[in-house]
Design a protein. Sequence first.
Length: 88
Amino acid sequence: MSFAPMVLFRTRDMIARSDPKTYNVLVLRHGTLRRIDCTADVVYRPGDLHIIDSSLPFRLDADDTNVVSCIGVTAPKAMLPVPVDRMR
């Protein structure tokens, strides 16, 4: 997918209303993503692997000057037998 600069977020209220219990695994191709959550503030650059857990709140700032491009897949957590603390 490719998209213009934007801010994406998932709040505790959103999670309470609907949690598909998935991981979204992305490899960034172009641009930068800054992820802010309760444990970290990290900037991802092209080639970096990024994992979003649908059960956890976050804010994701897509590059404010360039188009962001990434390749990703969404998978149910049940299909990936990795302990939650290890995925984090």
